[in-house]
Design a protein around this ligand. Structure first.
Ligand SMILES: Nc1ncnc2c1ncn2[C@@H]1O[C@H](COP(=O)(O)OP(=O)(O)OP(=O)(O)O)[C@@H](O)[C@H]1O
Length: 246
């Protein structure tokens, strides 16, 4: 598979604090790369670097083989942090405003198709303030997808969802990847990670501990995979025992 997003030797320091340490990873079209890590591991900072909300101290980010420019930026659909909507407006109005803001010409049929794609009814006139969390996540996804990006970068899309909504979101993400999108997402829900990921990376104290296809991890660790992932997330990289074991 051809890499679409490539992060090379990324570093981010805040003052003397090293938050991202020499991190390289890539995501190909059709791949769902799930980044795992405890709170504070550096996932949000990494996503902010891709979103250009923060500048890397060192290293490069490329999209489709090119540095991030105004043009390549349009190929990314991104949601980091809790999505914010116009609560008194409908899903449709929220997307229209977003497209105006993004200067993206939006046809009514594309708007309707995008809502249907994420499982929201285009004719639904309910204000977003009355949406369930699952519907809000679908709308978040619609907003990421409306300009037809090649890459999705989404922070915790499964967070707070009930089991059925998680299942639906999982199916949606898999379908999107199957249609050729490259997806980078973070998650805390280990059982779901195994159900959705094609590749798993674990971040710990700003270090990417490893990055591997789910199938090879399953082959290597079998039923112990969750234990291994937790160990990699929880361990202190400065602790000698942990360093030797790894
Ligand atoms: N603007 C900032 N200035 C200084 N330190 C920061 C800043 N932003 C983040 N950090 C620190 O960088 C580290 C990584 O934070 P980050 O939010 O990226 O972690 P995370 O893995 O996304 O965690 P969470 O899941 O809680 O968002 C933390 O120690 C945090 O305190």
């Amino acid at each position: 598979m051809e890499n679409y997003l490539t992060l090379s030797h990324l570093e981010k320091n805040y003052g003397t604090k090293e938050v991202i340490h020499h991190l390289s990873l890539s995501v190909a079209k059709g791949e769902i790369y799930v980044l795992l890590g405890k709170n504070g591991a550096g996932k949000s900072t990494l996503f902010k670097l891709i979103a250009e909300l923060a500048l890397p101290t060192n290293g490069t980010i490329s999209i489709g083989g090119h540095p991030i420019t105004q043009q390549t930026r349009k190929k990314i659909g991104m949601s980091i942090n809790q999505p914010v909507f116009y609560e008194d407006l409908t899903a449709e109005d929220n997307l229209r405003i977003h497209c105006t803001y993004m200067d993206y010409p939006l046809s009514t049929s594309h708007l309707s198709d995008t809502l249907k794609l994420v499982g929201l009814a285009p004719e639904n006139q309910t204000s977003v303030k009355n949406f369930s969390l699952g519907m809000r996540q679908r709308l978040m996804l619609a907003r990421c997808l409306i300009h037809e990006p090649n890459l999705l970068v989404i922070d915790e899309p499964l967070n707070g969802l009930d089991p059925n909504a998680i299942r639906q979101m999982r199916i949606l993400l898999k379908n999107l990847a199957a249609s050729g999108l490259a997806i980078l997402m973070s998650s805390h829900i280990l059982s779901e990670v195994e159900a959705v990921a094609t590749t798993i990376g674990v971040m710990n104290h700003g270090v990417l501990r490893f990055s591997a296809p789910l199938t090879s991890l399953q082959q290597q660790y079998g039923e112990q995979l969750e234990d291994y992932l937790i160990q990699e997330m929880e361990g202190d990289p400065l602790n000698e025992t942990y360093q030797i074991r790894n």
